[in-house]
Design a protein around this ligand. Structure first.
Ligand SMILES: Cc1cc2nc3c(=O)[nH]c(=O)nc-3n(C[C@H](O)[C@H](O)[C@H](O)COP(=O)(O)OP(=O)(O)OC[C@H]3O[C@@H](n4cnc5c(N)ncnc54)[C@H](O)[C@@H]3O)c2cc1C
Length: 490
């Protein structure tokens, strides 16, 4: 798609297609505005929003009175209904924070008191017997039980927010790296990798790069320090013995929530994350010593998980705005219009619980714009999305009926996750034209199972060709990540 001319003015340009930017775009699409989202990657959710635990936090880990606490609780109250309406997989699982001893119990009492003050519903301290009833495989003497905690697919949520925004008139432009911003009296002119984009308001939701993007407008009031978290993924059979996230008592310095175990919607269990400041915002390396440490810590709380194979490793980088060695605990979220550049709003330090808080953070943008101009709601805003059927979730009768009507529903592309050709075809035809292997993986789960794409990759390549892509244009994640470079035989 070609960019419009520079004199074609958007009301709002959102920089960054993570969960926050997509939630902001969707919120803006409720109003009589012309919003556009610019994302430098070739799909949505390629940043912090794909490398996290996918936990819907209940708000007891965050300091009372902070924006983190307010946005966490408001996000918690909104996210389950929102996910249901968008047909994003989620489960209100509950969660246990497990202590091995009396000192740990004292810390749990403090967390409970903080949660009660913040408005977290239903927190309870439970004993070893109750822990065993909730989760027979978990070892611990005391636990804080949080009934409102849940799990969600973070990238499916991010994509669904963007699809919902688009359905309501917002524009999404992928592969648009914003490289500079010029401030004019009535607008900002953003230079992007595919030409300029003008907008009256700019919302900087650039995650790890939010400091650099803020700097483009001369409004860099914070610096982002990447804080790496490595994860391991256990085979989906592990999901049979763990229903809810299991956390240790968090470290006193509140730098992280500790190495936890998190079930996912489809069964695989996540171990992690670690916590370490790194210099490089692109550092996605998994390392042997951390992998060994993750297993040791996690299996101490749930020894029975030790028998399941690790199928994959990944990392996430927290966009911290408190640097190494700084005291006083983690910094609060920054969501503010720049003093120096009116109509330029920065989001800074959106680390955990940013996924949970995203719907509430998005509403803050509307409030900020609303202080300067009257916003009127659009008629006919559609809050939901159609429910796309998934073969893996259908019963045998529904599967047979679909396969009879369309043979693509009878052709298995991913044997680990039970994904059919029909679902891959729908994913390839997504409204944003994201058609890399990773884009299809995030929309279908192809390649997320035990064989990690060994079986499905050649089949997806064949489907992409059938959909009109040349082999040399097929990529892992867009850009230069090509799978093939040419024929080796005539
Ligand atoms: C290890 C870890 C575990 C976490 N666990 C949880 C959890 O369980 N629950 C929870 O609630 N939260 C969790 N979080 C926090 C949550 O993941 C983040 O708060 C959230 O994903 C941040 O989203 P975002 O949209 O701000 O950033 P991102 O997802 O990083 O999005 C920013 C986007 O901006 C784009 N961008 C950057 N620069 C430019 C530019 N110049 N031009 C165009 N585009 C640009 C990037 O490509 C990126 O896609 C966790 C985070 C980490 C790292």
């Amino acid at each position: 798609m070609e960019d419009r001319k520079t004199d074609d003015l958007f009301d709002v340009a959102v920089i960054g297609g993570g969960v926050v930017g997509c939630a902001v775009l969707r919120e803006l699409s409720r109003y009589r505005l012309r919003p556009v989202l610019l994302e430098k990657c070739f799909d949505l959710g390629e940043g912090v929003s794909k490398g996290n635990s996918g936990v819907i936090h209940a708000g007891f880990n965050v300091r009372t009175g902070s924006l983190k606490a307010r946005a966490n609780i408001a996000g918690l109250k909104a996210i389950y209904d929102l996910a249901a309406g968008l047909h994003v997989p989620y489960r209100k699982t509950g969660k246990l924070v497990v202590a091995p001893d009396e000192e740990g119990r004292r810390h749990l009492e403090e967390l409970k008191a903080q949660g009660d003050r913040n408005g977290t519903p239903g927190l309870e301290i439970v004993n070893a017997e109750a822990i065993r009833k909730f989760e027979p495989a978990v070892r611990g003497k005391w636990a804080l039980y949080s009934p409102w905690t849940g799990i969600i697919s973070p990238y499916e949520f991010t994509i669904a927010l963007a699809e919902s925004a688009r359905r309501n008139g917002a524009e999404v432009r992928l592969g648009r790296n914003v490289t500079a911003a010029e401030s004019k009296p009535d607008r900002f002119v953003l230079s992007t990798s595919s030409g300029p984009v003008s907008a009256r308001w700019v919302i900087n939701c650039a995650g790890l790069w939010a400091d650099e993007v803020a700097g483009m407008a001369g409004s860099a009031d914070f610096r982002v320090y990447p804080y790496k978290g490595e994860y391991l993924i256990l085979d989906k059979a592990a999901g049979d013995i763990l229903r809810m996230p299991i956390y240790p008592v968090p470290p006193r310095d509140e730098s992280s929530l500790g190495i936890h175990l998190t079930p996912t919607m489809e069964g695989p269990v996540l171990l992690g994350p670690s916590g370490e400041y790194v210099d490089d915002k692109n550092d996605a390396r998994s390392t042997r010593p951390v992998m060994d440490m993750l297993k040791a810590e996690a299996f101490r709380m749930v020894p029975a998980l030790g028998r399941f194979p690790v199928i994959h490793a990944y990392t996430g980088l927290r966009p911290k705005i408190d640097g190494p060695g700084e005291t006083g605990g983690p910094a609060d979220f920054v969501v503010a219009e720049s003093d120096r550049r009116p109509r330029w709003v920065n989001f800074g330090g959106i680390e955990s619980p940013g996924l949970t808080a995203a719907p509430a953070l998005a509403e803050m943008v509307v409030e900020i714009i609303g202080t300067k101009e009257a916003l009127s709601s659009k008629d006919g805003f559609e809050p939901g999305l159609p429910d796309l059927p998934r073969f893996a979730r259908l019963d045998d009768g529904a599967r047979a009926a679909r396969a009879a009507a369309d043979p693509d529903w009878g052709e298995m592309v991913c044997r680990c996750e039970h994904v059919t050709r029909a679902e891959v075809r729908t994913a390839v035809r997504n409204p944003f034209g994201a058609n890399s292997l990773d884009a299809i993986k995030r929309r279908t789960r192809c390649g997320m199972g035990r064989c990690q794409g060994g079986f499905c990759t050649p089949r997806i390549v064949e489907i992409l060709q059938a959909e009109g892509l040349k082999p040399e244009d097929i990529t892992k994640r867009g850009g230069l990540s090509r799978l093939v470079f040419g024929r080796i035989k005539p």
